[in-house]
Design a protein around this ligand. Structure first.
Ligand SMILES: Nc1nc2c(ncn2[C@@H]2O[C@H](COP(=O)(O)OP(=O)(O)OP(=O)(O)O)[C@@H](O)[C@H]2O)c(=O)[nH]1
Ligand SMILES: [Mg+2]
Length: 220
């Protein structure tokens, strides 16, 4: 068997602007969560269900990245306090400059959570700090139980891993044990939450995690 490892160089300009984004959000008391996964894992649906469940006291804004269309922003328009779609054209990930431009469209002082839905991709988004505080990574059941081992750079820096679409267990072959075993070598720090935004299963654990992170930020 032949194998090639590709090591990406650190993007210094991106990181500098990411740190500036983080400073802006810290100053405004905003908690930013970068949501990453393959296309179609359910990032937008997760937000469609999460934001109403967080309740009106948690004002939520979303920056959503896609190559084309405003479809995700339209889906989220009904629940987010503020929503800005970023179209990346040919870009397969969001970058700190794009998020900086997105932040300029938001009233940061009026926001508790900023969810950044990254472009659906399992490689490039993880290599680009956007200035987020936390990284949430989704793996959906129909994608297959081998993806943690095959795309470790996405799962390694995750602060929480959402094993999603668990309502489809039984429809597709998927062994939780394989995911747990691969994560035991890659990331033992992040909690693993099994959930289905469609049915609501497991959403309480995800919401509790979000609220705990928010309390950690505000100290209340
Ligand atoms: N059965 C089931 N389907 C889901 C669930 N979550 C999302 N879906 C479906 O999965 C498909 C993709 O969901 P999206 O929310 O658009 O996924 P996404 O990750 O935002 O996709 P991109 O933005 O294109 O990367 C849609 O048909 C959703 O209805 C779930 O928990 N269970
Ligand atoms: Mg989406």
């Amino acid at each position: 068997m032949k194998k090639i490892n590709v090591v990406e160089s650190v993007l210094k300009a991106n990181d500098a602007l990411a740190n500036e984004n983080r400073r802006r959000m810290d100053a405004a008391g905003v908690l930013a969560v970068n949501i990453m996964s393959a296309p179609g894992s359910g990032k937008t649906m997760l937000l469609e269900k999460t934001i109403p469940l967080l309740g009106p006291e948690q004002r939520c804004a979303v920056l959503v990245g896609d190559l084309q269309t405003t479809r995700d922003a339209e889906r989220l328009g009904g629940c987010a306090a503020e929503i800005t779609q970023i179209n990346t054209g040919r870009g397969c990930h969001l970058s700190a400059p794009q998020v900086s431009a997105g932040l300029a469209t938001l009233d940061l002082n009026d926001i508790s959570f900023l969810f950044i839905e990254n472009v659906g991709n399992m490689v490039c988004p993880a290599a680009h700090d956007l200035g987020e505080h936390l990284r949430a990574v989704l793996l959906s059941v129909p994608e297959g139980d081998d993806k943690v081992a095959k795309y470790p750079t996405l799962f390694q820096p995750a602060d929480v891993i959402l094993l999603t679409k668990v309502d489809l267990i039984g429809v597709v072959d998927f062994q939780f044990e394989k995911v747990y075993e691969d994560l035991s070598r890659i990331n033992t720090r992040a909690p693993l939450i099994e959930l289905s935004p469609k049915t609501g299963q497991g959403m309480d654990r995800w919401l509790a995690w979000l609220r705990q992170q928010r309390r950690g930020q505000t100290g209340s």
